[in-house]
Design a protein around this ligand. Structure first.
Ligand code: PEP
Ligand code: MG
Length: 391
C-alpha cells in the first residue's frame, strides 16, 4: 500500500548483505539480488519501467466499475491499516474499505487509545470514504502483539491463544470503548462493524450484548449513532466455517479471512518460514471451505466478502468469482489488477473454472490450472512475470 517493494522469508539474507551493498528488491518474483552487475541493473531497470507503464495503464481504469464480460457487477474494496492509506484506496479506485485493521492504533499509542482517539480516526476514514462503506474491524491483537498496558501472560501458542475477540471479551471495557467509538463514527459515513476470529456463536452473542450496552449508554448520553449499523464477522476459523449456517442467522455479513483460515485449517503457522511452503491458498480443502461459507451466506441472504490475501491474487479471481463471490477486499495497490481480471471473463466461464478446480486433488494442480487460466485471460501478466510459478 505504501508502494515499497518487499520480500520476506529470505533466511540467510542478514548474513549475506553487508553495509554499503547495492540491492535489487524484486517483490513480484520474491527475489533480492545482492550487488548486481551492470547487465542485471539494466535488465531490472527495463523491467521496472515496463512494470510502471503497466501499472499506470491499468490504474487508468481503476476507477471504473468492475463488470464481467456478461454484465455482472463486482465490488472491489480495500484493506487498510492506517488512516494515511486512505489516499491510496481512493487513488486506486477502491469502492470502500472492506477491512480496516485497527491494531496499529493500539500498537502505536503509549497507553490504550482513548475512545476519542479511536473515534477521531474512524470518523475521518468514514467521512473520506462516504458514501462508500468502511468496515471497521475490532481489535485483532494477542499473542506477540500486545500493547504494554494489557497484562497478558506469555503463551506457547499465541495463534491459538488469547487473541482478537477472545481478548476483547476478557476486557469488556476495552471492547465497549471500541464499540462506542465505531458507533459515534457511524453517522459520518457508511460504517460497518466486524468481529475477528469468531470460533462459535457464543462469542457473537457475548459481543452483541456489549454492543447493546454501548448503544444504551450513547442513548442515555443523547449521542447520535446509526441504530441499524451492520454487524459482521470474519470467517477465519474452521469451526466458524462448520457453523456458518447458524452464524449467518445472527449477523449481517461474513467476510472470509483466508490468511487465518489457511493457517488454522491446514495447521500451518502463517509466520513460520519452515512450513511456509505448506501455506497453500490453492489447497482443495480451502476451496471447499470457501464454498461452504458462500452457500451459507447466500442461503441466509446476508452480505459476503473475502478479505484475505487471496482476494488480491489475480490467479484466484476466476475461481473465486465462480464460487459466487462478488465482493473482494484487497490491498489498495491490487485493486486495478483485480478489476482488470474481472473484466476479462464471463461469470459462466468463471463458474466453469470453479467446477474444474473442484475436481483437482492437490494444491499444485489447482495453482497450475489457475496460473494457466489467468495467463490466458491476460497474456501480459504471464509475459511480464507478474504471475509465475514459485521460483
Ligand atoms: C485474514 O486472516 O485473512 C485477514 C484478512 O485478517 P488478518 O490478515 O488481519 O489476520
Ligand atoms: Mg485474520
Amino acid at each position: 500500500a505504501l508502494q515499497i517493494p518487499a520480500v520476506v522469508g529470505l533466511e540467510t539474507i542478514t548474513d549475506l548483505v553487508k553495509e554499503g551493498d547495492l540491492l535489487i528488491v524484486d517483490g513480484n518474483a520474491g527475489e533480492v539480488v545482492i550487488n548486481p552487475d551492470d547487465s542485471d541493473i539494466i535488465r531490472y531497470q527495463e523491467r521496472q519501467l515496463e512494470h510502471e507503464a503497466y501499472v499506470s495503464s491499468i490504474t487508468k481504469t481503476g476507477h471504473l466499475p468492475a463488470t464481467t464480460l456478461d454484465g455482472h457487477r463486482i465490488t472491489v474494496q480495500a484493506n487498510m491499516e492506517f488512516l494515511e492509506e486512505v489516499t491510496a484506496v481512493i487513488d486506486n479506485g477502491g469502492e470502500g474499505v472492506g477491512l480496516y485493521r485497527t491494531e496499529f492504533l493500539y500498537l502505536r499509542s503509549k497507553g490504550l487509545p482513548s475512545e476519542d482517539d479511536l473515534f477521531e480516526d474512524y470518523r475521518q476514514v468514514a467521512e473520506i470514504m462516504a458514501p462508500n462503506p468502511v468496515t471497521i474491524r475490532i481489535l485483532d491483537l494477542g499473542g506477540d502483539k500486545v500493547p504494554s498496558d494489557l497484562e497478558m501472560s506469555k503463551e506457547i501458542n499465541p495463534a491459538l491463544g488469547l487473541r482478537a475477540i477472545r481478548l476483547c471479551l476478557q476486557e469488556p471495557d476495552m471492547l465497549k470503548t471500541q464499540f462506542r467509538a465505531i458507533l459515534r463514527a457511524s453517522i459520518y459515513g457508511k460504517v460497518q462493524l466486524m468481529v475477528p476470529m469468531v470460533s462459535g456463536l457464543q462469542e457473537v452473542l457475548d459481543a452483541k450484548l456489549i454492543l447493546e450496552k454501548a448503544k444504551e449508554e450513547l442513548d442515555q448520553e443523547e449521542i447520535d449513532y446509526n441504530q441499524d449499523i451492520k454487524v459482521g464477522i470474519m470467517i477465519e476459523v474452521p469451526s466458524a466455517v462448520a457453523m456458518a449456517e447458524i452464524l449467518a442467522r445472527h449477523v449481517d455479513f461474513f467476510s472470509i479471512g483466508t490468511n487465518d483460515l489457511i493457517q488454522y485449517a491446514l495447521a500451518i503457522d502463517r509466520d513460520n518460514e519452515q512450513v511456509a511452503y505448506l501455506f497453500q491458498p490453492f489447497h482443495p480443502a480451502i476451496l471447499r471451505m470457501i464454498q461452504q461459507v458462500v452457500n451459507a451466506a447466500k442461503n441466509a441472504g446476508i452480505g459476503l466478502s473475502l478479505c484475505g490475501e487471496m482476494a488480491g491474487d489475480p490467479l484466484c479471481t476466476p475461481f473465486l468469482l465462480g464460487v459466487g463471490l462478488d465482493n473482494f477486499s484487497v490491498n489498495a495497490r491490487a485493486i486495478p489488477l483485480i478489476k482488470t481480471v474481472v473484466r476479462s471473463i464471463t461469470l459462466e466461464e468463471a463458474r466453469n473454472d470453479f467446477k474444474n478446480v473442484m475436481a483437482l486433488g492437490t494444491a499444485n494442480e489447482v495453482r497450475n490450472y489457475a496460473l494457466e487460466r489467468t495467463k490466458s485471460l491476460i497474456p501480459e501478466l504471464g509475459e511480464k512475470g507478474y504471475v509465475q510459478n514459485p521460483g
